[in-house]
Ligand binder design. Sequence first.
Ligand code: HEM
Ligand code: SF4
Ligand code: SF4
Length: 514
Amino acid sequence: MLSLLQKTGRAGFKILQRPMSRVFSPGHSPLDQLGSLSIFFCWIVLVSGIWLLIFFHTSVSGAFESLEYLTHQQWYLGGIMRSLHRYASDALIVTVLLHIAKEFSFDRYRQSRWFSWVTGMPLIWMIFPLGITGYWLVWDELAHYTAITSAELMDAIPIFTGSMAANFLSDSVLSDRFFTLMAFLHLIGLPIFLVFGIWLHLFRISRPVISPPRTLMSGTLLAMLVLALVFPAESQDKANLSQATQSINLDWFYLHTYPLVRAWSPGWVWTMLVGITGLIVMAPWLPPGRKQEPAIVDLENCNGCRRCADDCPYGAIDMRPRSDGKSYTEEAVVVADLCVSCGICVGACPTASPFRTRSDLVPGIDLPALSAATLREKIKSASYKDDHTSRILTFCCEGNRVGKQLQSAGEAVIYVACMGQIPPSYLDYALSRGYADGIVLTACADGGCRFRFGADWTAQRVMRTRDPHLRKRIDNRKIAMIWRDKNIAPQQMSRHLQKLRASVDSVVRHGDAE
Ligand code: HEM
Ligand code: SF4
Ligand code: SF4
């Protein structure tokens, strides 16, 4: 059931991604940037909210008029700010829901990732009340409806004494103090908790991507500005507590559960909301994923260079003072609870060299499930089709479809936990020792890497912009990087291989770079 849900989710994302990949470069599409886009929308909401606050009257009598002034008299700035505030809040809901769906579908929420998953849920419980209290402040018919329905919901919680809904029986009962309390929650209380919540959410992630690419930010902002000018956010009729709310336009992003309060009952709506929250919070343990063995450090071979700690995408490596008396100042220590067993640290470790013959191949850090020594053996024993002049060895992340395609086409394929697990010295070894003539590296497309940075780090190592990098003696035209997770049409695949073989042949004819 779970894998069916995930499969369906992945298929859905691939369908959505297809048109996006025509417009955006890899890794720059909104679907690759859902977390950072959510933060960007929070920024728009914050900046536009500050402008609204300057002109807003936190009183029952003045609130509606102050927003009318901004919308109609100061439309060129205040009106635009109001629309940006509303549309960015709506967009935030969309990106956050897609973000949850994506992390779930691509199975990035279990085992060591449970912390980011569980700390994400309170963010949802802050964003919705933020939006809902925002609608109160407008004090129009929608605000009246929202306030009464929210009060009915609150009244269903047994801890509240007295009826909150009674506040909305007439204008004379509704006090400015109550209204100011809502303004405080919306403008100060909840935003402070949200900032803290986002910090906690990202606490365990190393180098979290918190800003989308500039082009995506400016494109999104431009689209919102156009929307703000074409469909400016407006109030509905002024709230009148002495009469029942007339027909109102609901904001379905924030208020979709409100009609259920009337249709069912507040109690049932709470049961549904708490039930869904509980299910989502428990999801990492339903069922518990099989935890892979974490990376292990071998102090005999660790020289404390910190590269593993710098490259680990989950901050799972602590550099601590040396404990074994060796002359190095630090040593790497894996925090097993944070390790997701991606092996990216092995790819970063300069001691993971397959050329070692005098001692056993035990690097400073290794992955028990596929050790550096086993990887070398796999390179040595790779079997090729013998109907080709050049032998192409493919390294592929577990679960990547392109690798599976190449394997079923008879190519030699070695699976690794993540593309980032392969130290560049292994590519050098395979090519310079004649175990392969050319190499294909195939990993998920930018932004889709299961371990966040595997494909990026490897590309940079091969292009010699990141340490440890591929030695200059290896011509990197012998290495093709196919960063995509979808099947490739057979003709396209054979074109890729032909191109690589032609490139390999030309390098062989003209000699390797020195
Ligand atoms: C305001 C709401 C949220 C914001 C701004 C936000 C933002 C982010 C960001 C920026 C990242 C890091 C992405 C990266 O660098 O690869 C992230 C990761 C993550 N988020 Fe959220 N998030 C939000 C809500 C949620 C919710 C509601 C959930 C789930 C219930 C969630 C689950 C996760 C998980 C599991 C990761 C870790 C992914 C991994 O380990 O590769 N997030 N989030
Ligand atoms: S295996 Fe991955 S998560 Fe674990 S320590 Fe190494 S780089 Fe970090
Ligand atoms: S990269 Fe290797 S040598 Fe450097 S600190 Fe990490 S384990 Fe030690």
